[in-house]
Design a binder for this molecule. Sequence first.
Ligand code: NAD
Length: 323
Amino acid sequence: MKTIIVTGAGGFIGSHLAERLKSEGNYVIGIDKKFPEFKHTTDICDEFYLIDLRIQLDVENFKVNKQIDQIYHLAADMGGMGYVFGKDAQILQNSGRIDLNIFDWAYKNNVKDILFTSSACRYPEHLQEGDDIKLREDMAYPAAPQDGYGWEKIFGELLCKFYHENHNMNTHVVAFHNIYGENGTWCGGKEKSPAAICRKVAEANDGDSIEIWGDGTQLRSYCHVTDAIEGMIRTMQTNHHTAINIGTDRSISIKDFTQLIIDISGKDLSIKYVDGAIGVKSRNSDNTLSKKLLNWKPVIELEEGMTILYKWILEQVKNKQND
Ligand code: NAD
């Protein structure tokens, strides 16, 4: 049994991770600025603290009466393209401060293992303008991400590198490629494409058309949260200090992805392409390193995972309509 802090435990991936770690007998301390929306904190954490992790003094004053073995650091100012677009300064400010405070706290409290959640947005924009490109971890440098969200992830990765080199901490980095699943934000502006498209489909009636940003040719790969968590836990057990891709290497166009969700719904809907924040043209994960180092590969097929997500979002939409 380990004593583990999960920052961002009130969020999508953090709440799933905390629940899994607790179910395996670990003592889990969750921290977030908000409570989890879809779970009771007591079901997923042994202790849960509401802290704004940007505030240095509040983080410094945070005390626990146990030695912390591991920190999974997920808290970040985060959302889909519609949220992060044009918020570069805000995201660098918010997430940068959170990272600085958490790494400092970990160092001063003798925490040896800390895992940082980076993103496929770490990769240079110019590599993602062509056809289906599988991004290998070392392609991230020289760094040239598309936006402030990606640069902030590079900054967090550098913190991992320097805290390892200067303070001998066992730092770890996962680079997530579009993680999806139930119990995540599905409306309100922060939702990412899987949840957003499911919601649009769930709200539509036969004969309607649903709006999709861009021309539908953008390529992405999607990984179910259960697989992502397995990848994170295995990464924490390594002595590898630079990024490991956690995603699937099956890319799909947004057009085909949307049609997949429409087919799952059984509805008769058409797709209308409109202007919107679309991000890079093509992005896929090269999983050579994760296979080699972690003996990990995603096992949930997109059709299966999206069927589960669609059902969950349909339920949320119905509940909201009945409110
Ligand atoms: P999320 O938004 O659901 O979770 C992030 C959590 O951080 C939220 O609960 C939020 O309240 C918390 N947070 C934000 N600012 C805070 C603050 N000042 N103090 C305390 N808590 C704060 O996002 P997620 O999808 O669960 O992502 C978790 C991590 O994984 C993030 O670091 C994100 O950048 C990274 N990531 C996610 C994906 C994905 O597809 N979901 C892809 C790449 C990287």
